[in-house]
Structures are given as structure tokens and as C-alpha cells.
Design a protein around this ligand. Structure first.
Ligand SMILES: [Zn+2]
Length: 182
């Protein structure tokens, strides 16, 4: 399972709700935890591994949560802290988020739960970042003009890289398709 990077268009799609939490979904979630651990982030949403489904995971030092079909039902206060995104390598900017959220979701067993982040502003921040992902929103959408200017250089770089990797994989297909000559 590979991490999806900007500007892949799946990151911009609104995800589908999960209708049935079966073995396939549980395997997907397990693989998402593996990717998150390998990449060293605090959260990961399904579109970031190429699946347009309303699932995200959060893993901090103390907490580990899986959110399926989540809904933020309460927001309170403001925080303005640095954020990064595994799909936007090299972009780090401060983003306005609510200080506290209450979120309702299903866990990986399909059991409904409600989580109140209370004074854990980092957990609230990560939840809002991942929740955005399943709506097709990215942290760069929250930046002011100065921040956008800074991020633009890096985004251009990522767009170039994607074009390059498409070219390479296209060429590989060409080589594979070549009939053998006898
Ligand atoms: Zn992200």
C-alpha cells in the first residue's frame, strides 16, 4: 500500500460512507496503521492510500483511534499551530483549528462511539486535519496569501515529480507491452 501524494485527484474527492465494516475494511485499516507507522505521522485518511472512503486513523503517543463515517458534532475555541501532511511533503504552516471537538463515529468493529478531545488540543488538531481529508479538503486550503506563496514553490515541485513518475511508469508499460521478437 502506497502513500498518495499531492496533486493526485483522489485527495480532492469527497469520500463515500462505509456501508459494511467487513474483513476487507478491517484489512484496509490495518494496512493504514502500517503506512502511518512507516511514514511517521499522527494521522492518516483513506484517500491518502488511494481509497475514497470515509475512514481515518489517529495515532499519537497516548491514543490510537479509528474513525469510520465520522461526524464532528461540536467545536469550541481556537488554536493556531503548525501542521504538516504526509501527502504534502515539505509543506509546514500554521493553521487555524478549533481547540476542542466532539466527534461521533464507528470504530473498526462497527461500534458507535463519541469522543470529546477536552483539553487535548493536539488530538483535536489531528482529528480536524483528517476529517478535512475525507471531505476532499487539504491544509493548504486554510492558508493565508503569504503562507500560500511559501507553499506554492513546494507544490510546484510535487506536481513536477508526479508528472515525472507518470512518464516513467508509462515507459515501463511500453516496455512490458513490446512483443518478443524471435
Ligand atoms: Zn494530511
Amino acid at each position: 500500500m502506497k502513500l498518495v501524494l499531492y496533486p493526485n485527484e483522489i485527495l480532492r474527492q469527497k469520500t463515500e460512507e462505509v456501508e459494511q465494516i467487513d474483513g476487507e475494511i478491517q484489512t484496509l485499516i490495518q494496512e493504514m496503521y502500517q503506512v502511518l507507522e512507516k511514514e511517521g505521522g499522527l494521522g492518516l485518511a483513506a484517500p491518502q492510500v488511494g481509497r475514497s472512503q470515509a475512514i481515518f486513523i489517529v495515532q499519537t503517543e497516548k491514543e490510537k483511534y479509528t474513525f469510520i463515517n465520522p461526524e464532528i458534532i461540536e467545536k469550541e475555541g481556537t488554536q493556531y499551530n503548525y501542521e504538516g501532511c504526509l501527502s504534502l511533503p515539505g509543506v509546514q504552516e500554521r493553521v487555524y483549528r478549533s481547540y476542542r471537538v466532539v466527534i461521533r463515529a464507528l470504530n473498526e468493529q462497527g461500534k458507535p462511539f463519541t469522543l470529546d478531545t477536552q483539553t487535548n488540543d493536539l488530538l483535536a488538531q489531528v482529528i480536524q486535519h483528517e476529517y478535512d481529508h475525507i471531505q476532499g479538503t487539504l491544509m493548504i486550503d486554510h492558508l493565508d496569501e503569504v503562507q500560500k506563496g511559501r507553499a506554492r514553490v513546494q507544490l510546484k515541485r510535487l506536481t513536477k515529480l508526479e508528472k515525472l513518475s507518470k512518464k516513467v511508469s508509462g515507459k515501463m508499460k511500453e516496455i512490458k507491452r513490446k512483443p518478443k521478437k524471435h
